[in-house]
Design a protein around this ligand. Structure first.
Ligand SMILES: *Cc1c(COP(=O)(O)O)cnc(C)c1O
Length: 390
């Protein structure tokens, strides 16, 4: 071979005695085939095999298998974001004429997907109020094909009675899916409760370091996985192996991070509720709706909760936020850094509630020293309450 050929042919080296605790990052667009026959029959390969980089490399198969092991289903697909994971679930089961019933408290872009995209394809949608449980029956229609849950709900943190909703859906032959991002399968296992699609934004706790976006969907029925993979192929969804290797790394410390963040968040939420004239929204607090169901179904809490401010404090919110030294202001969550994000929810909610018009602060507790977080929050609330206390 001449030099320019040598520059593109990587010499084979022995790997016999090489063993590492790390998952190798296999990158590929092209997959090469042993012979002409193998290439000609590549379409017969099963969904776990390899034929083109778009459908995954061994790095992705490791993440799929690891999430499947945690979720307890039979297969998992990996998507380039949490929102993409929701979208492929909807697109894989909904056809023109179908209706999808989504939680009013679903991650707001799910509303947008239904309103601005699916409805133009002839797929109708509506929402059900948080905490509906067996009452879900009142909101389904004759053409409901999918019920989409999120528990706890976005920002307002209501817990859903998943077993009750699944029992109704099963009787009617309706599929169910859930956004399990807050709990992760460490704290709640939707598939064990009969949910058909368990979706996570791996962007949050599994990634864990605020540097990647990724999503997953796990199922117990191989036919549903085939439907997801078909949509992913047609729409050309691909997740970069380099990002997947970061998710695999994040996953290794996820149990420790969630245990820590959940404990500290619980302590801080309880202190805030006791000390200030605010409403704290977290399923761990006994006076929150859904607390009993949370105790029944979940193995614990993660580090995200919300605080509804009194109206009189809202005008000082910007100044108080600007004074924060440890908490960063920003969306997304589940990373090592503590975050605070002021949320306005009125545009997404249909069930009247006075707090829909309030600003709701969403706090994500990170892994900084809890005393530094407490000091930062004490100063924050002092600034907000300034007029009343001076
Ligand atoms: C962040 C988030 C998503 C979307 O995930 P992305 O990776 O940011 O697209 C979906 N659901 C919940 C509950 C989330 O917090």
């Amino acid at each position: 071979m001449r030099d320019s050929t040598l520059t593109v042919h990587h010499p084979a080296v022995a790997e016999d005695e090489f063993a590492s605790l790390c998952v190798a990052t296999h990158r590929a667009s092209t997959i090469v085939f042993e012979n002409a026959e193998a290439y000609a029959t590549r379409g017969d390969r099963d969904l776990d095999s390899y034929s083109y980089g778009m459908h995954g490399t061994p790095t992705q198969r490791v993440l799929e298998a690891q999430i499947t092991a945690l979720e307890g289903g039979c297969k998992t697909v990996i998507l380039p974001s949490g929102q993409a994971a929701v979208a492929v679930v909807f697109l894989s089961v909904l056809k023109p004429g179908d209706h999808v019933l989504i939680a009013e408290t679903a991650y707001p872009p799910v509303n947008g997907l239904c309103r601005d995209f699916l409805s133009t394809l002839g797929i109708s949608w509506s929402t059900y109020p948080p905490g509906s449980g067996p009452e879900i029956e009142r909101f389904a229609t004759a053409s409901t094909r999918l019920i989409w849950m999120e528990s706890p709900g976005s920002t307002t943190m209501e817990i859903e009675d998943v077993p009750a909703i699944v029992a109704y859906a099963r009787r009617r032959g309706i599929l169910t899916g859930i956004d399990n991002t807050w709990a992760t399968p460490l704290l709640f296992k939707p598939l064990a409760h009969g949910v058909d699609f368990s979706m996570q934004a791996l962007t949050k706790y599994p990634g864990g370091h605020s540097d990647i976006l990724m999503g997953s969907v796990s199922v117990s029925d191989p036919a549903l996985r085939k439907g997801l993979r078909d949509i992913m192929r047609m729409l050309g969804f691909h997740t970069a192996p380099d990002a997947i290797s970061l998710a695999l790394r994040g996953l290794e410390t996820m149990a420790l991070r969630i245990a820590h963040c959940g404990r500290v968040a619980g302590e801080i939420a309880t202190e805030i509720a006791a000390r200030y004239p605010v409403e704290v929204l977290s399923p761990i607090l006994p006076d929150n709706p859904g607390h009993e169901i949370w105790k029944r179904d979940f193995a614990g809490a993660s580090g995200l909760f919300s605080v509804v401010l009194p109206e009189a404090w809202e005008e000082r919110l910007a100044i108080a936020l600007d004074g924060l030294e440890i908490f960063a202001i920003g969306a997304s969550w589940g990373g090592t850094r503590s975050l605070i994000a002021p949320m306005a929810i009125s545009g997404h909610r249909t069930t009247p509630d006075p707090r829909n018009e309030r600003i709701i602060l969403r706090l994500s507790i990170g892994i900084e020293d809890p005393e530094d977080l407490r000091t930062d929050l004490r100063r924050f609330f002092e600034r907000l309450a300034r007029d009343e206390t001076s």
